[in-house]
Design a protein around this ligand. Sequence first.
Ligand SMILES: Nc1ncnc2c1ncn2[C@@H]1O[C@H](COP(=O)(O)OP(=O)(O)O)[C@@H](O)[C@H]1O
Ligand SMILES: CC(=O)N[C@@H](CCC(=O)OP(=O)(O)O)C(=O)O
Length: 307
Amino acid sequence: MSELTSKTCASADSMHEAALKAKVVLEALPYIRQFHGQTIVIKYGGHAMVDETLKRQFALNVILLKYIGLNPVIVHGGGPQIGDMLKKLNIVSQFRDGLRITDEATMDVVEMVLVGKVNKQIVNQLNLQGAKAVGLSGKDGQLIKARKLEMVLERKDMPPEIIDLGKVGEVLEINTKLIASLEREGFIPVIAPVGVDDEGETYNINADSVAGAVAGALKAKRLILLTDVAGILDKDKRLISSMNERQAMQAIENGTVTGGMIPKIKCCLEAIHSGVEKAHILDGRLENSLVLELFTMGGIGSEIVAG
Ligand SMILES: Nc1ncnc2c1ncn2[C@@H]1O[C@H](COP(=O)(O)OP(=O)(O)O)[C@@H](O)[C@H]1O
Ligand SMILES: CC(=O)N[C@@H](CCC(=O)OP(=O)(O)O)C(=O)O
């Protein structure tokens, strides 16, 4: 009798669990419907590539998006990975306003690590899990046309200072036709943030900027930046779930947001300005963060919306 009771309980438990799972799947239905056929640009930052489990989870999340009818486009970073390689080669690297000062030798290492290593690891991981992923640098099909970035520092009562960052570039144009044709054939484009100009010069571009430019050029439904914090935090370090363009600008102006978060928010704002509906910033170190952000009511990170 007691055995029967415990069996009955076990099966009631598993029924309950199964019912919960079905509920979770069904709750995602309105979001799946909303995003079906839409392009989602995901910036996969170097700090979010923590370990093999997390890398595999990321690939599975992206593949799920593809299978349910979204068009994920990945733009990846790899700042920490570049840093490690430069250290091994005894090349000192310096940053100015979050951008790596890039001389010829550093450019070679940046391209080698981003295109030759990080890009291929992501492509490999996606393909191993059943996707058709294609790795591209900005040189392939002239995907990212770039020019040298002119950093101008305004100074009070003095002429502005021009800062030479070497081979750091900014995006001029994205070859959207190439991305669209890959999408049509069911491929997931995986893009390394290396650009090229008309003379064939190579440029190192911040991956957030490339992701913003790709999202804007594709008029993506969403731009998602995966980083190493929960999202945009207020002065008391509490997560701000949602803010509009005006509030985001204020957060920069009043110093709530500093350091690497400033260019992130700026590229979200530019993307929204170019027609992207919403931009999200979330913690890529959290398992299944992409699915949780896109398919649950409140999401887990911060969103920036027009207005
Ligand atoms: N208000 C803020 N909310 C969240 N992060 C902030 C804020 N202000 C500054 N930051 C910093 O911005 C960092 C994210 O930028 P960055 O290090 O460039 O990320 P990534 O390497 O992923 O591109 C956070 O780790 C945090 O230290
Ligand atoms: C000009 C510039 O700074 N380029 C970056 C490109 C990689 C990047 O942006 O990677 P994360 O997103 O992982 O930081 C760099 O050299 O580190």
